[in-house]
Design a binder for this molecule. Structure first.
Ligand code: SF4
Length: 186
């Protein structure tokens, strides 16, 4: 049997920190991938990227950044702009990011890929997993469906957020989620 080598797709530090710490302490062989073309501005993208890097450095975990491709994302969700959160735009958004992760994993000798895209209670985990399975099938690699909300990870995540004073964004990532948030606030 080949040695495990897991690729973990991360959206941001606050969501991924607990999983990164747990896997690192377990001595698991894994890397973190940052591919988030959904983030609406370059400055927001950079902030989330740097924070995620900081967590990986703390636990000596390899961090891989792919190119920031907002145009790829915009083309993919074209026509779905008015969808609510958890609707078809989000399914497409998950698929775009998970497919890129699956392809990268396949091309770079990973045995499986997983993600923390469904870790927040604001997300529909079943919706994320459905897109993960589709991406896995397309790329020809295993999708690890571990539920990263369980096994004490929520507590670990909260503690690390506090300890590291991680930048905690107030919206999911795209322009439409920022607008929705602003409407909720106003
Ligand atoms: S709300 Fe989040 S998951 Fe949905 S499309 Fe926007 S960035 Fe993607």
């Amino acid at each position: 049997m080949s040695e495990e080598k897991l690729l973990l797709l991360s959206c941001c530090a606050p969501c991924s920190c607990g999983v990164i710490k747990k896997l690192a302490l377990q001595g698991r062989h894994f890397s973190v991938l940052f591919y988030n073309p959904n983030i609406d501005t370059a400055s927001e993208y950079q902030k989330r990227l740097e924070e995620n890097k900081r967590v990986c450095e703390k636990f000596a975990v390899p961090f891989i950044e792919l190119a920031y491709e907002p145009q790829v994302w915009a083309e993919a969700v074209h026509g779905l702009e008015c969808e609510p959160e958890r609707g078809k735009r989000c399914s497409t958004c998950f698929y775009v990011r998970l497919l890129r992760a699956a392809q990268y994993a396949k091309e770079n000798g990973f045995t499986a890929f997983s993600s923390v895209l469904g870790i927040s209670r604001h997300k529909d985990l079943a919706q994320v997993n459905e897109q993960g399975r589709k991406a896995a099938q397309k790329a020809g690699i295993t999708y690890d469906e571990t539920n990263w909300r369980k096994g004490g990870l929520e507590e670990l995540r909260r503690a690390l957020n506090k300890e590291m004073q991680l930048y905690n964004q107030t919206y999911c990532g795209c322009l439409f989620s920022r607008r929705g948030k602003n409407e909720e606030i106003s």
